[in-house]
Structure formats: C-alpha cells, structure tokens
Design a binder for this molecule. Structure first.
Ligand code: CDP
Length: 226
C-alpha cells in the first residue's frame, strides 16, 4: 500500500507495544521509525552516570541543563548512541526505568529532546512513538494513535521482553514501575501524557500485531481515500 508523506504519531501508556507497532508500520510503509522514549532514557543514563540525579531521584537541574549542550545523543545503526558508544542495552535497564519519568518531567530536558525530534521529523514519512508526539512535538501529524491496554497484560509483555534479552525480571516490580511511570507521565506540568483530541484510541489487550496493522490500514484507506 502506497501512502502519502505523512507523520504518524503513536502515543500512549507504558509498555502498550507502541514501539513494536511503530516498527511494523515503518516496515510496511517504508517510513522511518523514531523512538522518542529512547532519547529520554538516554538523557537519564547520562544523568545517572554523571551524578545529576541521586538515589532518591532528586535532580540537579541547573547542572544537568548546562551539561545537555555538550551531550551528543543520537540514533545509529544499532539503536541509541552517546557519541560513538551504543547505549541501547543500558537504557532498557530497571535502573533507568526507575528514573526516566522524573527526568522527563524536567522542562529543560523536554526542550532538548523536542528539538532533536523535530529535526528528525522535518521531511515527513516518519512514525514516532512517545507520550506527547501528537499533542506537543507534532500537533499537526496527519494520523494520531493513542494506545492503551490492560496493565497486567502490559507488565507481562514487558517482563517477557526483558527475559528474552537475558535480563533478570520480576513481574510485580515491572508492573509497579509501569504504574508509577504512567502516574508521573500523566500528572507532570510540562507536556503531560494525554490523548490528543484528534487521536484514535487503540486498546490492544487482546489483539495480535497482524490485527493492529489491519486496523490501521483500514483507517488509512478511509482517511486518505486509498
Ligand atoms: O517503557 P516504554 O517503552 O513504554 O517507554 P518509553 O517510550 O521508552 O519512554 C520512557 C519514558 O520516557 C516514559 O515513561 C516517559 O517518562 C518518557 N517519555 C516522555 O516523557 N515523552 C515522550 N515523548 C516519550 C517518553
């Protein structure tokens, strides 16, 4: 199916399968996939390693903000990088998951990440997933999906994914982390997680990837008269 050079924004709760869905969409339509959460996770790893966030999650915002101007965070052949170092594995750890939502609530961090995301998305034909893509980063995106699913289903999926990568995983800990992040993400002052008015809701608790793709294709056909 040939579709126009649009931007597809996929937002929603933690571990609803946004990135898996976005990757399938990118493959299907030859779009570029961009994972905005990976950049927030990358800033979080940087903050941990350089002491800008403490064990109690207090953040030294002025110092972190200053350091961000020298942070070379970008995407490369194997995922997310700081300079030449691939950080893809480290940013998926529970330690980063436990600190990313407080970091993502910092206005200066959001400004830093937003600038990068808009640069990447300049030319269209991209699918980007996150929390505020359809509301803040690309409010004019021509297609917006808001994803949700049963919390226990989500925790189970995330735990399976982590186990498959050889990471030690506790289902209850994963569930607790998802719920904490959803709470912080939805209640922060700057650019909170909310459904854009023109977003279409997808609850995929009981859907296969194939069904989700079919669902999206039907919407695209209808909307763009294909
Ligand atoms: O675990 P999951 O894949 O659902 O999350 P992620 O997309 O990797 O995002 C990790 C965290 O980054 C979220 O819990 C948010 O705190 C933050 N984030 C955000 O604030 N805005 C975005 N556009 C994307 C992620």
């Amino acid at each position: 199916m040939q579709i126009p050079d649009i931007i597809i924004a996929i937002d929603g709760y933690s571990s609803t399968g946004k990135s898996s869905f976005a990757k399938i969409i990118a493959k299907e339509f030859s779009f570029l996939y961009l994972d905005s959460g990976a950049l927030y996770r990358g800033v979080t790893l940087f903050a941990i390693e350089n002491g800008y966030i403490g064990d109690d999650n207090t953040i030294n915002v002025p110092e972190l903000d200053k350091a961000l101007s020298g942070l070379d965070l970008h995407f490369g052949p194997n995922g997310t990088y700081i300079g030449k170092r691939c950080i893809e594995k480290e940013i998926r750890s529970m330690e980063v998951a436990g600190k990313v939502s407080p970091i993502a609530a910092v206005a200066e961090v959001r400004t830093f990440v937003d600038r990068k995301l808009r640069e990447f998305g300049r030319n269209g034909r991209i699918v980007m997933d996150g929390r505020d893509i359809g509301t803040t980063v690309f409010p004019d995106a021509q297609l917006k999906v808001f994803m949700t699913a049963d919390p226990l289903v989500r925790a189970q999926r995330r735990a399976d994914e982590m186990r498959a990568k050889g990471m030690e995983t506790d289902l209850q800990e994963v569930l607790k982390n998802l719920q904490e992040r959803d709470y912080i993400d939805s209640h922060r002052e700057v650019s909170p997680l909310t459904q854009a008015e023109d977003a279409i809701v997808l609850d995929n608790s009981h859907m296969t990837m194939e069904e989700q793709l079919q669902w999206l294709k039907n919407i695209i056909k209808e909307r763009f008269g294909l």
